[in-house]
Design a protein around this ligand. Structure first.
Ligand code: BV8
Ligand code: ZN
Length: 248
């Protein structure tokens, strides 16, 4: 795709960049996004019903199984060129903060160092009662494993709807949005708060806002650049254009 020259030139000058990613960045790694029609058993449930304390209290086995199924899918997934391009951008830009809503851990696997996981990480499991982290677990009779320390039900270490985001990560993300010169919103429908407010905070601080997404979102009208398409294709092309391989 032909990238705007003004964007390419601007990115060679900036020193402080923040990026917010969503499920769309992992779509080309084979992981379903939230707005894809979920497969099979999950078709009849809205993610908000499964990713909430109420949903877990109502049917712990259903919720535990949904996350076990997603954990297996994540185990089989590998970063795609979009993840690697973001890791390359971090190496090229003096102050680079990657804020992700994704719980799949693929950014770190691709080599990104400074990653703020606003919504936790599906590979981590903890006790829903005492918070004790669990490395391994046995499925007990009704199929939801229990904490070795207090017997409470184990749960994925992710942030559910209605739950507070981790304070340190959220504060660092807000700080990055407030101080960056350029903010990228990539592969997210921009619906879930408070993550969805970050690009607007950046816009208010005078940052250049770039959206990379398959479809328009509530942010598109406010973005300085909207690059419509697949992040796994656009990001590598952008990195190549901004930092052409050093002449041999
Ligand atoms: C909180 C972890 C308070 C779990 C997730 C009414 C109005 C406003 C807000 C609210 C409201 N009612 C409730 C709220 C608050 C609520 C909220 O925002 N609800 C929404 C539904 C309106 N937020 C919360 O509850 C948050 N907590 O507010 O707490 C509080 C404060 C103090 C003390 C106590 C409580 C917690 C929200 C976190 C929820 N957890 N994930 C899990 O993964 O199971 S959310 C989950 O869905 C993701 O993490 C992500 O954040 C979110 C949306 O997903 P996206 O990443 O955007 O993915 P999506 O599928 O939507 O879009 C993908 C996009 O990519 C699409 O646009 C697509 O076109 C594009 N795409 C696809 N393929 C590609 C692509 N783009 C490029 N390339 C491709 N290849
Ligand atoms: Zn416990």
């Amino acid at each position: 795709m032909d990238l705007p020259v003004s964007l390419i030139l601007a990115l060679r000058q900036v020193e402080r960049v923040a990026v917010l990613t969503g499920a769309g960045v992992s779509q080309e790694s084979g992981l379903r996004t939230f707005r894809d029609p979920q497969v099979g058993l999950w078709a009849q449930y809205r993610p908000e019903e499964l990713a909430s304390p109420e949903g877990f209290a109502r049917n712990p086995k259903l919720v535990w199984d949904w996350y076990a199924w997603r954990r297996e899918a994540v185990k089989g997934a590998r970063p795609n060129p979009g993840h690697y391009a973001l890791a390359e951008m971090e190496r090229r830009i003096a102050h680079f903060t990657l804020i992700t809503q994704n719980v799949d851990g693929l950014h770190r696997m691709a080599g990104s160092q400074k990653v703020l996981e606003l919504h936790g990480n599906i590979q981590r499991v903890r006790c829903s009662a005492c918070g004790h982290p669990a490395e391994t677990w046995e499925n007990d009779l009704e199929g939801v494993p229990r904490c070795e320390r207090c017997g409470g039900l184990l749960r994925p270490d992710v942030v559910w709807f209605g739950e507070a985001l981790p304070r340190a990560e959220l504060e660092a993300a807000v700080e990055a949005a407030r101080t960056c010169q350029a903010f990228f919103s990539i592969g997210t429908s921009g619906i879930v708060q408070p993550a969805a407010s970050l690009p607007f905070a950046a816009r208010n601080n005078g940052a250049m806002v770039v959206e990379i997404n398959l479809e328009p979102t509530p942010l598109t009208g406010k973005a300085h650049f909207f690059l419509q398409g697949k992040s796994g294709e656009i990001l590598p092309a952008l990195v190549r254009a901004v930092w052409p391989a050093e002449r041999a």
